[in-house]
Design a binder for this molecule. Structure first.
Ligand SMILES: Cc1ncc(COP(=O)(O)O)c(C=O)c1O
Length: 385
């Protein structure tokens, strides 16, 4: 049964292939016995291999061991879990925070915890798959608005007046690298909230997975747009990208966090993330706060690459961040470009449907890349025919 279905995937060139590294996650990686320059990682600040993070994780492992043994509510948590939550709420300027095992678990657990049958969720059409799955699990009616189109969002919201409502958006879109028009979305939610009989009952849910550590001086999208956290804003973020660690978090007001602790199934019914991963995330936040050179280096590299690509006539779409899509027009062309780069010693996987509608290679540039790494990519792309 599956062999026939797999054949169809192979014929359409839509089958996925796992390529495992024989090295740590870094600007250079070893794959299939070769060293490749890596433009595929979300380790934006190059922290995944940072000696202080490795040390923090190792020291925590000596104290707490590796496995956490139970869900957080059954004693699987540790003092570092609590410390990280305090640190995140301070970092994000919220009353409270809660750690999740992954961003996927956060979105699929929290969205159904805060929205349910009879409610309406307004979701950007390019939101991450984990948001889409969270919306499905919630059983709320999900209304999809055109990508970054606040006028469309407002018009759709008008039609559903009277329902309990939540607006959901990625802050930095993971496959296009553009940002949500957060100031306009915030203003819309703010004004609609002030008209409601139950104040603050319209929620704004932000997935800051690719904003945390990258924009707003590392503090993420709200800081980037000079917006203040509000009781009606729920922010999630991941520790697995710019923090170079693993895990995720939600930050918001005390009541919403308590509600999530009591109702989010992916939190309640899943073993707690190990303390060593939590200790690594804590150290990453320290490094971001104390190491002011990391974020500017990331942006220097990003601007260098984007300027060169534009100079060569490449269309980098609406990218405003270290995520840079090169849309190829077809699946074959995305695979050909990826394979060509691979042969030139550069790792950039093709991204195809159903992950995205428009096939592309997705470049991610990090603070760990050297000028020479970026020049090698530019040279390879300029030789591509
Ligand atoms: C926008 C967004 N949200 C959530 C996730 C899921 O995070 P995690 O990898 O921690 O499950 C990702 C990761 O790919 C993402 O890009």
């Amino acid at each position: 049964m599956f062999s026939q279905r797999l054949q169809e995937l192979y014929q359409q060139r839509l089958n996925r292939v796992i390529k495992d590294r024989a090295s740590g996650q870094n600007a250079k990686i070893w794959v299939d016995g070769r060293e490749l320059i890596n433009f595929a990682s979300n380790d934006y600040l190059g922290l995944a291999n940072h000696p202080e993070i490795v040390k923090a994780a190792a020291e925590s492992m000596k104290e707490f061991g590796f496995g956490s043994g139970a869900s957080r509510l059954l004693g699987g948590g540790s003092v570092p879990h609590r410390d990280l939550e305090q640190k995140i709420s301070q970092f994000k300027g919220t009353e409270a925070a809660l750690i999740f095992n992954t961003g996927y678990a956060a979105n699929t657990g929290i969205i159904p915890a805060v929205s349910g049958e009879g409610d309406v969720i307004f979701s950007d059409e390019l939101n991450h798959a984990s948001i889409i799955d969270g919306c499905r699990l919630s059983r709320a009616k999900t209304v999809v608005y055109r990508h970054r189109d606040v006028a469309h969002l407002a018009a759709l919201m008008k039609k559903k007046e009277g329902k309990r409502t939540m607006v959901v958006t990625d802050t930095v879109f993971s496959m296009d690298g553009d940002t949500a028009p957060l100031r306009d979305i915030y203003d819309l939610c703010f004004s609609l909230n002030s008209e409601l009989s139950t104040p603050n009952s319209l929620l704004l849910y932000l997935d800051d997975a690719h904003g945390t550590g990258v924009i707003g001086n590392g503090r993420g999208a709200l800081a980037h747009f000079a917006l203040k956290p509000q009781p009606w804003i729920i922010q999630i973020g991941t520790c697995s990208k710019a923090l170079g660690s693993f895990g995720a978090f939600v930050a918001g007001n005390r009541d919403v966090i308590q509600w999530i602790i009591n109702t989010a199934r992916s939190f309640i019914f899943s073993t707690a993330i190990p303390a060593c991963a939590v200790a690594a995330s804590l150290k990453a936040l320290d490094l971001i706060e104390q190491g002011p050179e990391l974020i500017p280096r990331l942006w220097r590299n990003r601007n260098m690459l984007v300027d060169a690509l534009k100079g060569m006539g490449f269309d980098t779409g609406e990218s405003e961040t270290p995520i840079i899509p090169l849309k190829t027009g077809s699946v074959d062309e995305a695979l050909n470009l990826s394979q060509y780069l691979y042969e030139r010693g550069i790792y950039v996987p093709a991204i195809r449907p159903p992950t995205v509608k428009e096939p592309r290679v997705r470049l991610t540039v990090t603070a760990a890349h050297t000028e020479e790494d970026i020049s090698s990519l530019i040279r390879a792309l300029s030789d591509y025919e």
